[in-house]
Design a protein around this ligand. Structure first.
Ligand SMILES: C[S@@+](CC[C@H](N)C(=O)[O-])C[C@H]1O[C@@H](n2cnc3c(N)ncnc32)[C@H](O)[C@@H]1O
Length: 461
């Protein structure tokens, strides 16, 4: 019976013996087993029998045959591999062939890899780039690769951006990544968020979580049209982008809304806010990371079913909307999340670790919160999860649409600092009554400050 140990033993006997083994075990299963268990191969390995397998009808055998040739690093196989890279019907095998050519690290390999940069399959181009990056510093190769910044595929652009055009994190504001300005900490500003944001330095916030106004579905903010509403949000999130630290997150809580009909002759209109926002957020550089569904009990949401319950006529079906979205975005960077984590000291990372019992799925079942003063407040649990999963202790977190200040209060409880803006004086005053109380938090003693926009501007001069 074929075993891994037996294949190793035969391989150790020297050239020829493996070939014999394959000849006497030439059914697909055995051949595949031998190929998969060959391990390291010396450069003088007799691979003539492997070449025959490159035309096998079995995809796995072809793939492993290509891998094996790549291990032998025998330049005379380059043409064979190049044919496979051009012609095999499977992308995986073509890609493996390009990878094997890359491993040859020879002049002939370079010219083939350069040709593959024109392939229409972005996976093949990416693999060729990997092979060529081994020669980074070679003027001809660098110049060809730099040009791929214009490549139409976004993943390729990212690789080239990172390899050739990455700014080595020049922090304009000279603050270290975990740090933030004291005058922003635990501050609420009364004013339009846009007027406030333009006064503060870029790269100030570690996290933004917000629930924007629901177009004209509630009474606290009114817009002349849906277009004007989207334009307003676009301005807010573009400014937020500039004020966010490299590689940090924006989480936007929205849901489609219904604006009631004018009279019985007209339909009510449903606006797909999360989807319309998504379009411009990704265009301005927010990288889409996740969609989290906030699920509420059916009894807690508006009942749209009453009519249908009676008549049961198709097309007039109206489901009760139990969900809202938390769309998660990250400020564009070529750095990995690991880079962000490494900016913090061991103690902060350790103290910020998320405890057992955290939510493992993207469906968060949380009861909504009803409030006597504000008609659309966050439940504390929602803020708690966002803060714990997307920030470190000591971070500065931001909510442009502060409302009753739930996000700020929760941030303080969890040893983060907050910065909130709110344009309605009645909510600003309401926030004061809550947030002052949370100043008793033992760990985060920075007193909450409540400033109207002009006072804030004076302070930061
Ligand atoms: C959906 S509520 C946010 C409620 C908040 N999440 C809470 O837990 O209380 C949106 C808030 O944004 C405020 N707002 C609307 N336009 C604004 C603007 N241009 N600048 C600042 N705040 C604004 C509204 O007054 C409202 O209180």
């Amino acid at each position: 019976m074929l075993t891994k140990e037996y294949v190793s033993e035969i391989k150790a006997n020297g050239n020829g013996d493996i070939k014999e083994l394959v000849n006497s075990n030439n059914d697909n299963k055995s051949v595949l087993f031998i190929l998969e268990n060959l391990g390291y191969l010396p450069n003088d390995f007799d691979d003539s029998w492997v070449q025959d397998l490159l035309t096998s009808k079995n995809k796995k055998i072809r793939l492993n045959a290509v891998k094996t040739l790549g291990k032998v690093k025998d330049e005379s196989n380059i043409s064979l591999l190049s044919d496979i890279a051009k012609n095999d019907e499977s992308t995986d095998i073509r890609r493996e062939a390009v990878s094997s050519i890359g491993r040859m690290r020879s002049k002939k390999a370079i010219s083939l890899l350069l040709k593959m940069l024109d392939d229409i399959d972005p996976k093949i181009v990416s693999q060729a780039i990997r092979g060529l990056l081994v020669f980074k510093g070679d003027k001809k190769i660098d110049s060809k690769l730099r040009k791929l910044l214009e490549h139409e595929n976004e993943m390729i652009q990212v690789v080239i951006q990172k390899e050739y055009f990455s700014s080595k994190s020049i922090l304009k504001d000279k603050l270290k990544h975990p740090e933030s300005y004291d005058y922003l900490k635990n501050t609420v500003v009364l004013g339009d968020v846009r007027d406030t944001l333009i006064t503060i330095p870029d790269e100030s916030f570690h996290l933004t979580f917000t629930s924007p106004p629901y177009y004209n579905a509630r009474d606290y903010s009114i817009y002349s049209s849906y277009k004007a509403y989207l334009k307003f949000l676009e301005e807010v999130f573009r400014l937020t982008y500039d004020k966010t630290k490299e590689g940090r997150f924006l989480i936007v809580n929205t849901s489609p809304v219904i604006v009631p009909r004018i009279s019985r002759q007209y339909s009510s209109k449903r606006y797909p806010i999360p989807f319309d926002i998504h379009n411009f957020l990704t265009k301005m550089g927010w990288e889409f990371i996740d969609d989290i569904i906030w699920e509420k009990p059916e009894a807690s949401v508006k009942n749209r079913n009453a009519g249908f319950l009676q008549h049961r006529k198709p097309l007039a079906y109206k489901p009760n909307a139990r969900t809202e979205y938390l769309m998660v975005y990250r400020k564009q960077t070529d750095k990995l999340i690991d880079w962000n984590i490494k900016q913090y000291d061991w103690e902060t990372v350790n103290e910020s670790k998320v405890k057992d019992g955290y939510e493992t799925s993207n469906v968060w079942e949380i009861d909504p919160k009803f409030d006597k003063v504000h008609s659309a407040v966050f439940p504390i649990e929602l803020c708690k999860r966002v803060i714990e999963y997307y920030s470190f202790k000591g971070d500065l977190v931001f909510d442009p649409f502060g409302g009753s200040g739930t996000f700020g209060r929760t941030a303080k409880l969890l040893d983060r600092y907050f910065f909130l803006t709110e344009q309605e004086p009645k909510y600003f005053d309401y926030m004061k009554s809550f947030l002052k109380k949370s100043d008793s938090n033992l760990f985060n003693k920075t007193e909450s400050k409540f400033l109207i926009l002009d006072e804030f501007k004076e302070k930061i001069k």
